[in-house]
Design a protein. Structure first.
Length: 556
């Protein structure tokens, strides 16, 4: 699917078409994606990336990649690098070079001077706590700062001294002079600049005052001549403040449009909370395959096209809702079902010995590479006397509806023969060591020689023609449907989110496997762990199951 088809008409696209019809922006469409580099991007950001870059592409416009790096205490170059990689990986390119809020620090400072000269901003000596306590409530007006009526001359001098580093952190702020009784709390003399003696990842120690996000947000869009500033709904109440700043400064004024952010069940989409998981070593870094980060999804085996397809399918609305995570998983399943080669692999093996075959028996069986792709061809599987099947495919005393291998029962081996269990060999501890079976030589290819029905079909591998590997089965990181609502995030963790099988047996055709995703028949889609696998050590991870089995798992 081409990227130009990723964006169906939605309310934002309709607004843009109306603007183009009226020549509101001289026919221009210029959007931006403005992440703060304080963590790795997640699936919610992926939707925003697809929306902003997709809108621009659909309308022959431009989209900026801009970093809102206004908080040196939380931002790092590592995050900048990861964000650039994520946007590229999703298949998008931006206008010019990446932009940074820090590119505009000098200009923002001059804009602040302009507000002070107009009598629309003042230096305040109140602490953050005092400002918060004096803000008022939705029912009660706030209280004016005792510094609100400082002279323009004094405010200019104090602000310049703030910039010069003469005051400690928190000693003073610059605040907009709007209305402490305004019904919108964001308009009650908000802070524009705070003092932070901290090294910035780009500007070093050049600055010790840093703009607040609400001050920087609208100005960045203005400076870059953005036409449509697309934000999530939580910024709707901040729009009057952005409008006020731009109107008071008399500068170019973009149009802000809000849409509902992406919320997914069993998933956390908060960089702060995801960072907590990383810092607590609950997960193996930001790119842990269980993480909803773009880097985690990439390592897990998600494709750019599956994420773009998911983003398109969930749509763009003005109403907050929670999307079922199965829809994300299905976007990948549908793609992999068409593209992933099939292989036979046994994750948790137990040995089968076919007693009516000679010890040196070797026979080649034909197997389909992908039944969904008629051009994928076939491959050969080595069938020998000793095989492996899954431990879970055998029960010594099975329940009534267990249709796999059991004493005296006949099953089909995929692409091979019918076998019947005749004997069980156990070790001293009473654990099953081997299962002895006989095969029907007339059932080659798994076909019934006389029309008899066999309910169970098992996957297998030859014991003498396999690759040894470690396999990790990932489930959802959280077992609570709304983990972000938990008072303690860690209480929502799924204790079985990762199962490790250290002695798995993989089909020999995977000898030279690279980053390809394969369907392990009957087990799911798997790929090598791009971070931990190497020539001497094969580590495979499950990308996604063949179908959503979560509901069944929770009922066990």
């Amino acid at each position: 699917m081409s990227k130009s088809k990723l964006l169906e008409k939605n309310f934002i696209q309709k607004i843009i078409e109306e603007d183009k019809s009226s020549n509101k922006w001289d026919g221009r469409v210029h959007t931006r994606f403005p992440p703060e580099p304080n963590g790795y991007l997640h699936i919610g950001h992926a939707k925003s990336i697809c929306l902003n870059f997709g809108i621009a592409e659909k309308n022959n416009g431009q989209c900026n990649l801009r970093f809102d790096d206004t908080n040196p205490l939380k931002e790092e170059s590592e995050y900048v690098k990861s964000i650039i990689e994520d946007v590229k990986w999703l298949g998008f390119s931006w206008y010019g070079q990446p932009f940074f809020a820090s590119d505009y620090f000098e200009q923002m400072y001059e804009y602040a001077i302009k507000l002070i000269r107009k009598g629309k901003a003042y230096v305040c000596d109140q602490s953050n706590e005092e400002i918060r306590n004096c803000r008022g409530t939705l029912k009660n007006p706030g209280q004016n700062s005792p510094n609100r009526d400082r002279s323009i001359k004094d405010n200019l001098l104090l602000f310049k001294r703030m910039k010069a580093g003469e005051f400690d952190n928190g000693a003073k702020t610059l605040r907009a002079k709007i209305d402490m009784s305004h019904p919108n709390l964001n308009m009650r003399d908000p802070v524009i600049y705070r003092i932070l003696h901290a090294e910035h990842h780009r500007t070093g120690n050049k600055w010790c005052i840093y703009p607040m996000y609400d001050w920087a947000h609208g100005l960045e869009d203005s400076i870059e001549n953005i036409t449509h500033s697309i934000c999530t709904l939580e910024f709707e109440d901040h729009r009057p403040l952005y409008d006020w700043y731009l109107a008071e400064l008399g500068v170019y004024h973009p149009q802000q449009i809000e849409f509902a952010r992406l919320n997914i069940n069993y998933t956390v989409v908060s960089k702060r909370k995801l960072k907590k998981l990383v810092d607590s070593k609950i997960v193996d870094g930001w790119d842990d395959p269980r993480m909803p980060t773009i880097s985690g999804l990439r390592r897990r085996g998600y494709t750019p096209s599956s994420i773009r397809e998911f983003s398109k399918n969930v749509g763009v609305t003005k109403r907050n809702s929670v999307i079922d995570v199965v829809r994300l998983e299905n976007s990948l399943r549908e793609e992999l079902n068409k593209t992933a080669p099939r292989v036979l692999c046994v994750i948790d093996p137990i040995k089968i010995i076919i007693t009516n075959l000679p010890e040196d028996h070797e026979e080649l069986m034909q197997a389909l590479n992908n039944p969904e792709d008629p051009n994928s061809g076939k491959r050969e599987l080595l069938f020998t006397r000793e095989l492996y099947i899954e431990k879970s495919d055998f029960m010594e005393d099975p329940p009534r509806k267990f249709f796999r291998l059991a004493p005296g029962r006949e099953v089909r081996l995929r692409y091979a023969y019918f076998i019947t269990c005749n004997d069980i060999i156990k070790n001293k501890e009473g654990e099953i060591k081997e299962i002895h079976c006989t095969y029907d030589p007339k059932s080659r290819g798994g076909k019934s020689p006389d029309g008899r029905k066999v309910k169970g079909t098992l996957h297998w591998v030859s014991a003498s023609n396999v690759i040894n590997a470690q396999v990790k089965i990932y489930e959802r990181l959280f077992d609570k449907e709304e983990p972000e609502k938990e008072e303690n995030l860690f209480d929502a963790l799924n204790p079985d989110s990762c199962q490790i099988f250290k002695d798995s047996k993989l089909e020999k055709s995977l000898q030279n496997a690279t980053n390809q995703t394969y369907q392990f028949e009957r087990l799911g889609y798997f790929k090598k762990d791009s971070k931990l696998s190497h020539k001497e050590k094969n580590i495979y991870i499950r990308v996604v199951s063949l179908r959503d089995s979560w509901a069944k798992i929770n009922k066990r």
